[in-house]
Design a binder for this molecule. Structure first.
Ligand code: FES
Length: 159
């Protein structure tokens, strides 16, 4: 009770008894219980700021790091010397994963049909556009995730 991480929209009474914090330790079950993991995947990870990487892991324009948590995959990309952006790692055409791990790119290229995105998330090229259902370029930008830097860390937030 009164723990700072329970302040806000969740009252201590709303936390199931078995997940309440003890006086001096966090119960081990929190790390082992599939039910608790599901609660985190449904209610915590998509809603909170998380450390995705250190900014020095993105040294050059076009450097990227894939941050994976639960079923989510986020691409953290250095757009410019001062700007780092984050996107759902998912093609706007059919959801193909755009990149894995880490690396450096000039643009983000879907491995399936070759659509490409600029580092700012805007669509750069729809290969064989006439083959696909018409959609405006404004509708084809990558799905953005919030990204902020603090103290050399890069944080993302999917909410
Ligand atoms: S699935 Fe990515 S371009 Fe078609």
């Amino acid at each position: 009770r009164g723990m700072p991480w329970f302040e806000g929209d969740v009252e201590p009474e709303q936390v199931p008894e078995k997940y309440r914090l003890g006086r001096a330790y966090i119960p081990k079950t929190r790390y082992l219980d599939p039910e608790f993991l599901k609660l985190e995947q449904d209610k915590l990870f998509p809603k909170t700021w998380q450390i995705a990487c250190r900014s020095e892991e993105l040294p050059d324009v076009g450097s990227f790091v894939e941050y994976a948590v639960g079923d989510y995959s986020i691409l953290v990309v250095r757009e410019s010397k001062t700007s780092i952006r984050a996107y759902h790692n998912s093609c706007r055409h059919r959801g193909t994963r755009l990149a894995r791990g880490r690396g450096r790119v000039g643009s983000l290229i879907c491995p399936f049909h070759g659509w490409r995105w600029n580092l700012d998330g805007s669509i750069r090229l729809v290969l064989d556009r006439e083959e696909f259902v018409p959609r405006s370029d404004d509708d084809l930008g990558l799905a953005t995730v919030l990204a902020e830097q603090w103290g050399g860390f890069v944080f993302i937030n999917m909410d």
